[in-house]
Design a protein around this ligand. Structure first.
Ligand code: ATP
Ligand code: MG
Length: 405
């Protein structure tokens, strides 16, 4: 079927009262951005719907993009016909026939904006329902939960028919929830946490710590490529890479082994908070899940959180690893996350990090190093990259990909 437009329904934001205007504007903006590669597509946001007029663009490709835009509850590919009852009937029948399977139930659901149209909603429901029953042997009418609801909308500029409703990404439009920074490693968890943060409308900047020569170029490329996958949900993301080698080496030299990890994490968080403040971000997200590893106990969180008053948000806090992996697969980050490039923490992780670090001792041992000087040097060494959806950074020819396939 050749569709003329995709009709997009909003999710939660239709209940948001006074913020509604901003939400619709942001969603319209995000949808336009997501569809910018389609030159002829037009996007028109209205109070309860958004209309994406295809003007010949490939509907499947457009819907694929729409599926990644937060704030969309669902959408329906629609066909526009003239306000002529025979044309409406013919298109309705063709649509049903395309989807029909034996034993299928259906109903017609008509909305009429153009009150001057000669048929009212009941009349149209009856007419079209009768016509389908006559022409599709075996189909039955069912009012509650039919297999197929054929929606007919009589608007001022034509009649729109649709037979499918496709689930959208849900959540809130990215940008409506303010800006935060995400601590992105190359692991499984932080991309999933990023997904959940963006789903609540938060615009993210990614902060990534890397430690050459202990970590490779490929480890950095992997974090960037993960960012590119996430960028599909927000149009584009700034990737902030922070050199962490000197800090790690200094900590390894100066701090008792049981506290290496805690002090490293405190420094990471101090730097992330400083970056967040510089960029006027209002919070820090990470991929921690309670009890997963030594640094993710309540005692550890207390000893690490101590360095900032900025809110630290942990979307994965109560999720099990198996659940997190499932989401990583769904959002298409898992295959990248499991590529075996060392990340900066694993290398300097002592064999037995303290699972219950003491807050006072953490504060004391941190004083063994020049926190301010080291931070300044790291912040001076930051590099920022603008990452677009699906940008590539990894060397795809590496053997490691072949091994994994
Ligand atoms: P992940 O899969 O996200 O790496 P993890 O289970 O491996 O998580 P940790 O390595 O302990 O857990 O890291 C906990 C969190 O700290 C990460 O989810 C991430 O938010 C942050 N983090 C860890 N390493 C880095 C890094 N190199 N750069 C930025 N953030 C990091
Ligand atoms: Mg990790």
């Amino acid at each position: 079927m050749k569709y003329s437009e995709i009709m997009v329904r909003y999710g939660e934001l239709s209940t948001k009262g006074k913020n509604k205007k901003d939400f619709i504007k942001q969603l319209g903006h995000n949808v336009r951005k997501a569809l910018q590669q389609f030159d002829d597509v037009e996007v028109k946001a209205q109070h309860d719907r958004l209309h994406v007029t295809l003007n010949g663009a490939d509907s499947a490709a457009v819907m694929d993009r729409l599926g990644g835009v937060f704030g969309i509850e669902n959408f329906s590919p629609s066909v526009k016909v003239e306000k002529d009852i025979d044309a409406i009937k013919a298109t309705a029948l063709a649509m049903v026939k395309e989807i029909f399977k034996p034993g299928m139930t259906f109903k017609i659901n008509t909305r009429r904006q153009d009150k001057a149209f000669e048929y009212d909603t009941n009349h149209l429901n009856d007419l079209l329902g009768g016509y389908i029953l006559e022409n599709v042997p075996g189909i039955q009418v069912k009012m509650k939960k039919p297999d197929l609801t054929l929606r007919v909308e009589v608007r001022m500029n034509g009649v729109f028919l649709s037979g499918q409703t496709i689930q959208g990404a849900g959540g809130l439009p990215v940008g409506t929830g303010g800006k935060a920074v995400m601590m992105l490693s190359g692991g499984i968890d932080s991309p999933v946490a990023s997904y959940y943060a963006m789903r609540r409308g938060v615009k993210l900047d990614m902060v990534h710590f890397f430690s050459p020569p202990y970590t490779s170029e490929q480890a950095l490329a992997k974090a960037k490529e993960l960012t590119a996958r996430m960028a599909g949900y927000s149009g584009g993301i700034q990737f902030i890479q922070v050199p962490f080698t000197k800090i790690q080496e200094t900590i390894k030299e100066q701090v008792p082994e049981g506290y290496l990890m805690t002090i490293q994490r405190r420094l990471m968080l101090r730097l992330t908070a400083a970056i967040a403040e510089m960029r006027h971000a209002k919070g820090i997200f990470n991929g921690e899940s309670l009890g997963q590893v030594a640094s993710q106990t309540l005692e550890s969180m207390m000893a690490i959180n101590d360095v900032t008053t900025m809110p630290i948000l942990r979307p994965l806090l109560s999720m099990d690893k198996t659940e997190i992996i499932k989401v990583a697969e769904d959002i298409d980050t898992y295959d990248l996350s499991i590529l075996p490039y060392e990340d900066c923490c694993t290398i300097f992780t002592p064999p037995a990090p303290k699972t219950r670090p003491d807050l006072e001792k953490s504060r004391k041992y941190e004083k063994y190093i020049d926190v301010e000087g080291l931070m300044k040097e790291a912040l001076d060494g930051i590099t920022i990259t603008d990452i677009r959806p699906n940008d590539k950074f990894l060397n795809q020819n590496e053997d490691v990909f072949a091994e994994l396939l």
